[in-house]
Design a binder for this molecule. Sequence first.
Ligand SMILES: Nc1ncnc2c1ncn2[C@@H]1O[C@H](COP(=O)(O)OP(=O)(O)OP(=O)(O)O)[C@@H](O)[C@H]1O
Ligand SMILES: [Mg+2]
Ligand SMILES: [Zn+2]
Length: 323
Amino acid sequence: MSFLRKNVIAVHDDFENRRRLNESERSVRLMTAYDKIPELISIDAQLSKTGSEIMAVAMQGKDGLNERLNQVKEKNLALQEKRCALLVANGFPSNYTDIVYRCELCCDYGFVDGKMCKCYRSALIEKQIESSGIGNLIKTQSFDTFNLDFYENKDEMKELVNYLKNHYIPSFEGGVPNLLFAGGTGLGKTHLTTSVARALIEKGYNVVYETAQNIFSDFDKDRFRDRFDENAEILGDKYLEADLLIIDDLGVEMVSGFTKACLYNIINTRTNKNLPIIASTNLTGAEIERLYDQRIKSRLFGDFSIKRFVGQDARTTAKKGRK
Ligand SMILES: Nc1ncnc2c1ncn2[C@@H]1O[C@H](COP(=O)(O)OP(=O)(O)OP(=O)(O)O)[C@@H](O)[C@H]1O
Ligand SMILES: [Mg+2]
Ligand SMILES: [Zn+2]
């Protein structure tokens, strides 16, 4: 499991900014309140002395200590009550000058007792989704919206969904096979891959989703990258390093010697690192055979468990249903 370093840094910075913003928003409210109720200024000055008063009382010895401490406490409470009453009398809520946290659990620190707060985890997941490349698809596509009625091979598809939900995702850490989703257009291949991506990102895995075309284009850009520019991002690395790589629409790209070498390199490198791939394709076995050479074909068919999607194009079926 690995949240990307750049995402961890971004979330850390977001939380720091959030806390700074909380403070400055509070300052603005405080100034507004002081403006309208000048008496608050002296009350706050007195309240801010509570700490030193306690210290002074403690220094006076043990005799009657509790009583003296209680006096300080009562004075403090009375001031606070007066403060609230003044705010309310002037039309402000009693907590008007308190800091407003977006998360009350961790006061926007992101951690409670050394443990990551759920708000921080959600922020990390949000960032992982952004950097996964899935973008908007993830908002509508999930296992919950995946309908088995589109399929002629409904039993097989049901088995596939069960396998993904109950085996592939829970045992992802221990190693899972490569999957190739094959079938005609509009049959939910992308939908199912994004469903898996979402479930894994929610578990904290780093998933990268991209079309084959864009993946090869990134590797192509890397070929012509300025090798002397140390800051230039190597675009291809994320495809070799992600916990899960989703290659969508394999076979739509212009197949060339370069794209074949890329694909072989991706499959090989990831297999050696025990990092799985889910690929989807419109191509039939015979077409794959025609497009790619033997090495890739045997990699795709040998190392990948092939799942066939058979049925009606959901895009046109849904439209027909709407009429
Ligand atoms: N089984 C399904 N249940 C619910 N919605 C579906 C299903 N299959 C497809 N859809 C919806 O139909 C649209 C097309 O599906 P999707 O993009 O997943 O198809 P695809 O198999 O990837 O097609 P292509 O080969 O053209 O990329 C999407 O909006 C998707 O959410
Ligand atoms: Mg698709
Ligand atoms: Zn929190």
